[in-house]
Design a protein. Structure first.
Length: 160
């Protein structure tokens, strides 16, 4: 693999690791707190969080870097390389693209909007369903980004 390919693979590891860590924090720390809250407490707590998180430039950058950084790594594979590295990188890229970026754009953003429309003074019955959906989507994004991280690390290990 070319030096640019190795750097791109290292950036892929970093991006997948950062996003995986963020999702880990949401599902294993924040969700425990949110599960203990009443409807009004949950809505009052999560809405400012989502205002900061939704569309956050740093999170968007990590997602797009995680999707695009593997491309130079794929292009940097040499003739002497086994197909295993290419397969690991390509699989990691697809899993990250669909499971982290895809779920975020297609499923999480509508859930964010629905949670933002809840009224903490008179929450309707959908708040628990939305809270569970938010958790499940974050769990999906964690699993996808963590699997992509493992695949990128495995590709990197083969290269070194």
């Amino acid at each position: 693999m070319t030096p640019i390919g190795i750097i791109a693979l290292a950036v892929s590891v970093l991006a997948a690791g950062l996003f995986s860590g963020l999702m880990f924090t949401l599902i294993f720390l924040m969700q425990l707190k949110w599960d203990r809250q009443t409807a009004a407490e949950y809505i009052t707590d999560i809405q400012p969080f989502l205002e900061v998180g939704k569309g956050n430039r740093v999170i968007a950058l990590v997602l797009f870097v995680g999707l695009l950084a593997p491309i130079p790594a794929l292009l940097g594979t040499g003739d002497l390389q086994t197909g295993a590295v290419t397969l690991l990188i390509l699989t990691g890229m697809i899993i990250f693209g669909l499971g982290a970026l895809g779920v975020t754009v297609v499923l999480n953003l509508p859930t964010y909007h629905a949670i933002m429309s809840l009224n903490p003074q008179s929450p309707d019955d959908s708040w628990q369903t939305l809270k569970q959906r938010f958790f499940r989507l974050n769990l999906m994004r964690f699993i996808a980004s963590f699997v992509a991280l493992l695949l990128f690390v495995a590709a990197m290990a083969i290269q070194l």
